[in-house]
Write a protein that binds this ligand. Structure first.
Ligand code: NAP
Length: 496
């Protein structure tokens, strides 16, 4: 009897990813009408099992080709026929290849039976395999079986999604092939299974499709790094001012501030600067267009990328602002805060002062808190409308009103929140610890530039020129015309 890794693997393979109870608990999977279209599946692993279940429940006849049908038959719905590979591929016109790339060559013995059939490649490479092979798995399969038509499909759908049904997961199924008839047949099958086929063109797109499941939030990489970078810089700055300076110059131990207090002074700085970085690229783009006198010159790549990442930067800004609000609620819960309050009360009693009330401070705090809540509320509106389902329900004007106008209102509210927080502190010498200005003064820099620039763009001479450029007018070039609002509809010249 053979022992070792092979036996161990075969024992592992006997364990279904999806329980057999689930597979056959649905009585609709027990019998499929004789006239139902027949589909073949090569392989009896996790994907093959889920696919067979989905196909059977969608009204297809399924025949599974396994190297060891006796061992695997019990793992499939009873309506699916599990047999040897040669027998499984003989009658169906469409055959799913649910095996890994490295095992494709082991199927070459089936070449004759597969002639003229459609092979559906569902495979996904690992990241290393994707880098290693220049040719996609589907193209490799096509090269091994030149008499077959290869269609790449279903690779972005997990075995779990197939099993649970498209209601619970991603519905889109990208499909590509060099033969449109084969692509159509597989697309129809995807629709019958409840999915939404997306035509990706020829088989050359298979490499791009195989890269899809390997992606890990690519649009978030740069914005997250930016947010992290800002957080580290501001945290270090606040640490030096709030913890290190009292320790070095006054021998006071304030290290307890590191987990909550310093984090809470850092988060609003990051949120505020990030919000201004959502609107800064728009200002830069407008400035470039005004300088060039045309919109037909490409922006530099860095600006293009920046413009494309504004949504993620804005959502990260909202995330930091929400955390800041939560941390602020927790401030009075800290033991240090309670001790401070008691100590202050004792000091008051000792100094024989019965009433502590500074009118200016009371008002500053009221206004400052209210502005903060309003800014967070406006930011949460922006965050909600950036969700695809909500964004899709808005027309272009509504979307740009929320994202552009309301976003700018959020920036102005945040600026007022910061200014009322700082109040006169920027002018007090004692606030310049280690000669470093208070953190809020640094954060005001970029947002103020953005707000000033936006205000400048509202000046009629600039806004009219910008509007004309954005409608295609060029300073030294071909297209010259006046906007209808200029009451000069007649002047419309083109040298194209
Ligand atoms: P698996 O559970 O390991 O199954 C692979 C199957 O390949 C085995 O059950 C085996 O069936 C068959 N096979 C045929 N020739 C073989 C050989 N020479 N050596 C070893 N096995 C051989 O893998 P899987 O998760 O089902 O994945 C199968 C394919 O679907 C892969 O290309 C994968 O990238 C793709 N895919 C999987 C998922 C998922 O969620 N699992 C999602 C998308 C795509 P027999 O022993 O019965 O012949």
């Amino acid at each position: 009897q053979a022992h070792g890794p092979a036996t161990k693997m075969s024992r592992e393979m006997d364990k279904p990813l999806i329980s057999l109870h689930l597979v056959d608990s649905d009585t609709s999977l027990a019998k499929v009408p004789d006239e139902a279209p027949k589909v073949g599946i090569l392989g009896s692993g996790d994907f093959a099992r889920s696919l067979a279940t989905r196909l059977v429940s969608s009204g297809f006849k399924v025949v599974v080709g396994s190297r060891n049908p006796k061992r695997t038959a019990g793992l499939f719905p009873s309506a699916a026929q599990v047999t040897f590979q040669e027998e499984a591929v003989s009658s169906p016109e469409i055959i799913f290849v649910a095996v890994f790339r490295e095992h494709y060559s082991s199927l070459c013995s089936l070449s004759d039976q597969l002639t003229g059939k459609i092979l559906v490649d569902v495979s996904n490479p690992t990241e290393q395999e994707h880098l290693q092979h220049r040719e996609s798995n589907a193209e490799y399969l096509a090269s091994l079986f030149p008499t077959c038509t290869v269609v790449k499909a279903f690779n972005v759908i997990s075995a779990w999604t197939l099993q649970a049904g498209p209601r619970d997961g991603n519905r889109q199924v990208p499909i590509c092939s060099d033969q449109s008839e084969a692509k159509r047949a597989v697309s129809e099958m995807a629709i019958a299974m409840g999915f939404m086929p997306v035509d990706m063109g020829s088989l050359a797109s298979a490499r791009e499709m195989e890269a899809m499941p390997l992606r890990l939030l690519p649009a978030w990489k740069v914005p997250t790094l930016l947010a992290l970078g800002l957080f580290i810089c501001f945290y270090a700055y606040n640490f030096v001012r709030d913890v290190l300076q009292p320790y070095v110059q006054e021998s006071k131990n304030k290290f307890f501030k590191l987990p909550v207090s310093v984090v809470n002074t850092t988060l609003p700085c990051v949120a505020y600067v990030l919000l201004s970085l959502v609107y800064l690229p728009g200002v830069l783009a407008a400035t470039l267009q005004l300088r060039r006198g045309t919109k037909y010159h490409r922006f530099p790549d860095w600006l293009d990328h920046w413009l494309q990442h504004r949504k993620q930067i804005g959502l990260l800004s909202f995330f930091c602002a929400a955390l800041h609000a939560l941390y602020s609620f927790c401030l009075p819960l800290r033991r240090s805060h309670r001790y401070d309050l008691v100590n202050l009360a004792v000091k008051q009693v000792l100094a024989n002062k019965s009433h502590l009330w500074v009118e200016e401070e009371v008002w500053r705090m009221e206004i400052y808190l209210s502005l903060g809540v309003l800014a967070l509320g406006t930011l949460s509106l922006l965050a909600v409308t950036s969700l695809p389902s909500i964004a899709n329900s808005l027309n272009w004007r509504e979307f740009s009103f929320v994202q552009s106008s309301l976003g700018f209102v959020a920036l102005v509210l945040s600026t007022l929140h910061t200014l009322t927080y700082g109040w006169t502190r920027a002018f007090e010498e004692s606030r310049y610890k280690f000669y470093l200005p208070p953190t809020f003064t640094l954060t005001l820099l970029v947002p103020c530039v953005v707000i000033l620039a936006k205000a400048l763009f509202l000046l009629p001479c600039i806004s009219r020129r910008l509007a004309r450029i954005r409608r295609g007018w060029e300073r030294d070039g071909a297209i010259k015309f006046m906007l209808p609002t200029d009451n000069a509809l007649a002047e419309k010249t083109s040298h194209v």
